[in-house]
Design a protein around this ligand. Structure first.
Ligand code: ADQ
Length: 476
């Protein structure tokens, strides 16, 4: 008889496992926890109930055997090199990502990418079905796995299924462009509860079901049939406030923040941008506003300087390669035209940094520029205010981020409006310290009251309470 596989009452499915493979100096393979907020949130949940995490380990080819890490059972799903190209880089990041982010770059549609997306989603659903205990809670994450809810329901009608959308859900006019729009909606409607970053995202989803599937809807509910309805609501994600604040308070991190400022020549104003190098993040618009402020003589290095950290991202997708070239040319031009010896106008860093260094950078920055053209949430904004326990600093925040809906007191901007963005930057620089402290206190309270642990527990409570059957004649 084959040995029984372990099963779990809580199963998370995400494109990536919460660990990264590291090869040590002695050539051994080790797994190191990746430091995302989702992982921290899940740790707190999985301490109370044992859980499994289904995801890709990050290398093309065979998957490692299932293993345990920090009390979480990890169930790796294999992706071939062709699937990394078609499912991940292709359909997820070159079809869905642009459509879900306002088509800032054109979306590309390829039927073989879609075929690969279906194959991989089925593989994830099968892995989930294997490790879910009877009546388990299954929590599927993000846009790469939108078919998984319905596929899991087919295989395991006994489990309760939730899905959370980390990115925006587009207006129906954009979503309707997708040749596979009906299948994607039907995939999601396999869930009992769908969570979104903003109410507007949840509403966009409900409207898409009504207009494109002809589904009956009422408020935040979509009727699937006479037996079942699905609720779509906003539960905005957050950061590990206490953990990150404790890190920011560490003496070595505070000393590093001072050192960063000193190595930049102790500027009067240090501006900071921290993003994945993605066209959604508004880095070009930010650089343009900054360049114009320099050209107009309203700011000048070395008094004012700007550090832009851009994490390498999706470098095999063409739109990302083009963006990188453009950003690096712009930085080169600004420094060539407007920098001085020993005082470049922009310090551009194309690296990933440890959490300690990020916390030190946040503490060193007088003005944090978070200017996406569209962003599901933007955790950088919340991390910045979390690290400013000293109530210093000012946050310039785009209205097109999910975070702005919670952090209204920040210095708001529309990044498309370069003149307005410049004004927001100047306001963030010149507002009296006392007023900025008051703003920072309010922002911090908001994030502290709504941290990532609260997000996970609110989500799981909403999933547990999700209605299974519609009341008769609820729907118009
Ligand atoms: P992302 O688009 O990746 O996430 P974001 O929310 O800003 O965007 O999270 C980025 C994370 O990476 C932050 O924790 C940040 O500190 C970290 N990071 C950025 N640059 C780094 C660097 N150089 N070194 C180390 N760490 C770096 C998606 C959605 C968002 C949504 C999140 C969570 O696009 O809108 O907020 O998921 O749901």
């Amino acid at each position: 008889m084959p040995s029984a596989r372990p099963t779990f009452d809580l199963v998370v499915a995400a494109n990536r496992l919460p660990v990264d493979k590291v090869v040590t100096e002695t050539g051994e393979t080790e797994w190191r926890r990746s430091p995302g907020g989702l992982v921290t949130a899940m740790e707190s949940v999985m301490r109370a109930q044992p859980g499994a995490w289904v995801g890709w380990a990050g290398d093309a080819g065979d998957a490692p055997e299932p293993f345990e890490e920090d009390g979480i059972h990890l169930e790796p799903v294999p992706l071939s090199a062709a699937e990394v190209r078609d499912f991940y880089e292709g359909f997820s990041n070159d079809t869905l990502w642009p459509i879900y982010h306002d088509v800032i770059v054109p979306a590309r549609f390829h039927r073989d990418w879609w075929a690969s997306y279906q194959t991989v989603n089925r593989r994830f659903a099968e892995a989930v079905a294997e490790v879910a205990a009877p009546g388990a809670t299954v929590w599927v994450q993000d846009y790469q796995l939108q078919l998984v809810p319905a596929l899991v329901r087919e295989l395991r009608p006994d489990v309760r299924i939730g899905w959370f959308d980390h990115i925006p859900f587009p207006p129906v006019e954009l979503f309707a462009q997708l040749p596979w729009r009906a299948q994607l909606l039907e995939g999601l409607l396999g869930a009992d509860f769908l969570g979104f970053q903003r109410q507007a995202d949840a509403r966009n989803f409900v409207r898409a079901c009504r207009q494109l599937l002809g589904a009956a809807t009422k408020g935040d509910r979509v009727a699937v049939d006479h037996e079942r309805q699905v609720r779509a609501a906003a539960i905005p994600i957050s950061v590990d406030f206490r953990g990150l604040e404790a890190l920011a308070k560490r003496p070595d991190v505070r000393a590093r923040a001072k050192e960063i400022r000193a190595s930049l020549g102790d500027p009067k104003v240090l501006m900071l941008g921290v993003d994945r190098l993605d066209y959604t993040k508004g880095i070009r618009h930010r650089l343009k506003a900054y360049e114009e402020l320099l050209l107009e003589g309203r700011i000048s290095p070395p008094d004012v300087t700007f550090v832009q950290v851009a994490t390498p991202s999706r470098e095999r997708v063409e739109a990302y390669r083009l963006l990188r070239t453009e950003i690096e040319q712009t930085v080169g031009r600004i420094n060539g035209d407007l920098g001085h010896i020993g005082a470049p106008a922009v310090h551009y860093l194309h690296h990933s940094y440890p959490r300690e260094e990020m916390a030190a950078l946040f503490q060193a920055a007088d003005v944090m520029l978070v200017t996406p053209l569209r962003d599901g949430m933007n955790l950088v904004a919340k991390e910045y205010v979390t690290c400013r326990y000293d109530l210093g600093g000012a946050l310039v925040l785009s209205e097109f981020t999910g975070a702005w809906h919670e952090l209204h007191q920040s210095f708001a901007c529309n990044p498309h409006d370069i003149e307005g963005l410049k004004q927001a930057i100047l306001r963030a620089m010149n507002t009296p310290a006392k007023d900025k402290q008051r703003i920072m206190r309010a922002l911090r309270r908001r994030v502290s009251d709504n941290d990532v642990q609260r997000w996970a527990s609110r989500y799981l409570a909403a999933l547990a309470a999700a209605p299974e059957r519609p009341a008769p004649d609820r729907y118009a």
